[in-house]
Every structure is written in structure tokens, then in C-alpha cells.
Design a protein around this ligand. Structure first.
Ligand code: 7TS
Length: 409
């Protein structure tokens, strides 16, 4: 296992205790903890350079604008975008997908057109498309998941048909950890002239990713799931796609000219960034990608792969425990959803919390996927670069404790 243990000291929150126990944070799929460098970058920005961007001719405003645009360049570079104009700052993955659904979908879909999704999507990659389908008369079609928890490509060529205009899929499930078949699906989409939108909320933070090689049209991700602050994220789009996409929010900062009845837009990416942006958030996200780049995304991936292997082995040895996710480590990331006997996942999470272990329980905003799994909810442990085998051991010990409490033998 790539030993990243030394990184733990960079995360102040990991020093705290919860219910008298060492904090074992296993909910990074929901949001990640923040290293000191990110916290300090935000603090430093507010202490030294705070002003609004793209406006004033005075020093502070110029510095704030530079900090904001430098962050854009860093984040663009981090995902392999050669042109930082192709990176729109958003509030997170949800906002990014909604921008594409309303800004591109609404203007390119007509009745009878098809939007293809998969059976393992988060609600934020389902509901915006349902809304746009309702507005346009387009229909939704799904690539289902198979018994290995993977998106089935058996009917790819019939589901992605000549009426398909948009295919949207997750790079990695936040429930099962399964990777999405982005390359195969985007090739099928391209062959019928459809665009591909990737929900990369769980992909960008955990492995090297290069939009220049992926061959997709849009890719949305969240800053807070990759060590950055909440309320930050990115939407990358190919230049031509962003140029043909309409803004969905109007206001200051996003215009070229405004008349009484008509307006024209600023060039990309600014036409999608109406109003005063989250400047400090962008600065924090820039510091987060600096941190991740210094560690190295290949290191992050190999650390999490090894930790997932260990986690699956150890959890599989717990009596009455069922894991919902692929066995193939090359096709999955560090998210492990499980059931423990017939104990409700919320009860599991509460008992684990007594031991200082933070896991999420519920439907994980993926209700259609939960229905395919045949369960209303799961408990879920998710890893990041600061987790260790000792964290897995603490989880397993707490689960044994839960079995005792519930009298399951
Ligand atoms: N897509 C996936 C695959 C996600 O896991 C999430 C958030 C989102 C989209 C939405 O991201 P947001 O930053 O806009 O909220 N997933 C989770 C989770 O698994 N637990 O809490 C949030």
C-alpha cells in the first residue's frame, strides 16, 4: 500500500476525538476533510487580498482577480484541460449537471429525442434530465446494471439509438464504488452524434483523469469531495459545446452588453458565472489541487485500491455482512456499501458513531440503484488518502460490537 500515513498530520480535524474515541472518518464520498494548506489559503486570501473580481482598477481587486483566475488555471490543468476557458466554476456537481441540462439540453432536445442514463446514477444525474425531458418532450432510457454491479453494455447499441442526443453517466458510483464505462458509452454516443456528460463527482478526486483523452463533451465535479471547500466545483466542457450552450443564470459578470430588451454574453467561461463568484472558495480549491498534485493522483489511486482490497477482505470476514459492489478491484474505487444482518443501516451508523467511526447510512441519493439492489438503504464506508488500515480495523471492531448489541451471533 502506498504509505500516505504521514499526510494525516496535514488534516487538523483528524486529531479530534468523537465520543471519547479517535475520529475514524469514513465518509469522504459525502465530503472530504480539508488539509491545513487549504484552510490557510482561504484565511490568507481574506486577510490580504479580499475584493470583488473583474471590476476594480485598484490593487486588491487585481490581486483577487489574479487569485481567482490562477485557481481556474490550476483546476483546469489538474483535469488535463489545455484551455482554462473551458473550466467553469460552479457550486458543485449538481450545479454543473443542471447547467448542461438547462443550458444545452433545453436548446437541443425536441420531442421524441432520447436522453440515456445508467442504472447507477446519483439523483443529481437523474432529476435535472427528468425536468428537461418534461420541458422538451424528450424521453429517458437507461443502461441497467448487471449482477456484477456494473453498467451492462449488452444493449448499448439499441439503447443509444439514432434519436439519442445526450448520454449522461457517472464515472464512479457513490454507492457500489463501480466505475462507469465512460469510454465505451461515449464512443457509442459519438457514433450517433450524441454528446456525453460525465458525473465525475467520485472520479476526479480519486484517480488521474485527463479530459483531453476521455473523448467526452462535459464533465462535472465537486470541489468539496477533493479536499476543497464546500460550495465549489467545476464544469469542464469542450469549447465548441460551451459556446453553443446558453447561460442558465443571468446577472452581473456574465454579459458583454445589456440593452433594455436584449443582451449579449461575455465569452466562455464568464457567461456561465453570473454574479459575484465564490472567490475564496476557488482559491481554496486551487490549494486543494496543489495538494493532490504534490501527493500524485496515481499514489492516491494505488493507496485507495490497496485500502479497498483490505477493507473488502476484513469486512467479508464479519459474520452476516453483505457487500454491495464489484469484487474486481480494477473496476471499482474506495466506496464500500454493506448490510449487517437485518440491522437498519441508520442503527449501524449510530452505533459506529459511539466508537468514533463516521459512516453514512441511507439511500445515498441513488434511489433507483437501491431498488435494483433490493434494499431501501445501506451503510457505507468511503476512503480517501488520509485513511489507513487501522481505520478499517476500527470499523470492523465497531461492527462486531454492533452484532453483540443486537444479539446476532
Ligand atoms: N454525483 C455523485 C456520483 C455524487 O456522489 C454526488 C454527491 C453528487 C453527484 C452531487 O454532488 P454535490 O457536490 O453537487 O452535492 N454524493 C454524496 C454522497 O454520496 N453523500 O453525500 C453526497
Amino acid at each position: 500500500m502506498a504509505d500516505l500515513r504521514h499526510l494525516r498530520q496535514d488534516f487538523p480535524i483528524l486529531d479530534r476525538t468523537v465520543n471519547g474515541k479517535r475520529l475514524v472518518y469514513l465518509d469522504s464520498a459525502a465530503t472530504t476533510q480539508k488539509p491545513r494548506s487549504v484552510i490557510e489559503a482561504i484565511d490568507h486570501y481574506y486577510r490580504t487580498s479580499n475584493a470583488n473580481v473583474h471590476r476594480g482598477a485598484y490593487t486588491l481587486s487585481v490581486e483577487a482577480t489574479e487569485a481567482y483566475e490562477n485557481a481556474r488555471a490550476k483546476v483546469a490543468d489538474f483535469i488535463g484541460a489545455t484551455d482554462s476557458d473551458e473550466l467553469v466554476f460552479t457550486r458543485g456537481t449538481t450545479t454543473g449537471i443542471n447547467f448542461v441540462a438547462y443550458g444545452w439540453g433545453l436548446n437541443h432536445l425536441t420531442e421524441g429525442d432520447r436522453i440515456v442514463l445508467t442504472g447507477m446514477e446519483h439523483h443529481s444525474n437523474i432529476v435535472p434530465w427528468q425536468l428537461v425531458a418534461r420541458h422538451t418532450g424528450a424521453e429517458l432510457a437507461y443502461l441497467p446494471i448487471n449482477e456484477d454491479y456494473e453498467v451492462s453494455l449488452d444493449d448499448l447499441d439499441t439503447v443509444v439509438n439514432s434519436r439519442t442526443k445526450i448520454v449522461a453517466l457517472s464515472g464512479m458510483s457513490n454507492v457500489t464504488g463501480a466505475f462507469g464505462p465512460v469510454a465505451a458509452v461515449s464512443a457509442a454516443a459519438r457514433s450517433v452524434g450524441a454528446i456525453t456528460v460525465v458525473d465525475a463527482a467520485q472520479a476526479v478526486p480519486h484517480a488521474p483523469l485527463d479530459v483531453a483523452l476521455l473523448g467526452v463533451d462535459f464533465l462535472a465535479f465537486s470541489g468539496h469531495k477533493m479536499l476543497g471547500p464546500t460550495g465549489t466545483g467545476g464544469l469542464w466542457g469542450r469549447r465548441d459545446r460551451l459556446e453553443e450552450m446558453e447561460p442558465t443564470e443571468g446577472g452581473g459578470e456574465m454579459i458583454s452588453d445589456v440593452g433594455l430588451y436584449e443582451s449579449t454574453w461575455a465569452p466562455i467561461p464568464h457567461k456561465f458565472e453570473a454574479g459575484t463568484p465564490n472567490i475564496a472558495g476557488a482559491v481554496g480549491l486551487g490549494a486543494a489541487v496543489d495538494y493532490l498534485s504534490k501527493v500524485g493522483m496515481s499514489e492516491v489511486r494505488s493507496h485507495e485500491r490497496a485500502l479497498t482490497k483490505y477493507g473488502i477482505e476484513q469486512l467479508s470476514a464479519v459474520p452476516h455482512l453483505t457487500i454491495h459492489g464489484p469484487a474486481d478491484l480494477d473496476n471499482r474505487g474506495g466506496v464500500i456499501s454493506f448490510q449487517l444482518a437485518d440491522v437498519h443501516p441508520h442503527d449501524i451508523a449510530t452505533i459506529l458513531d459511539q466508537e468514533g467511526v463516521a459512516v453514512r447510512a441511507g439511500h445515498h441519493c441513488a434511489k433507483p440503484l437501491m431498488r435494483s439492489l433490493g434494499v431501501p438503504a445501506t451503510a457505507r464506508a468511503s476512503f480517501y488518502l488520509y485513511n489507513t488500515p487501522e481505520d478499517v480495523d476500527a470499523l470492523v471492531a465497531a461492527l462486531h460490537h454492533a452484532l453483540e448489541l443486537f444479539g446476532v451471533s
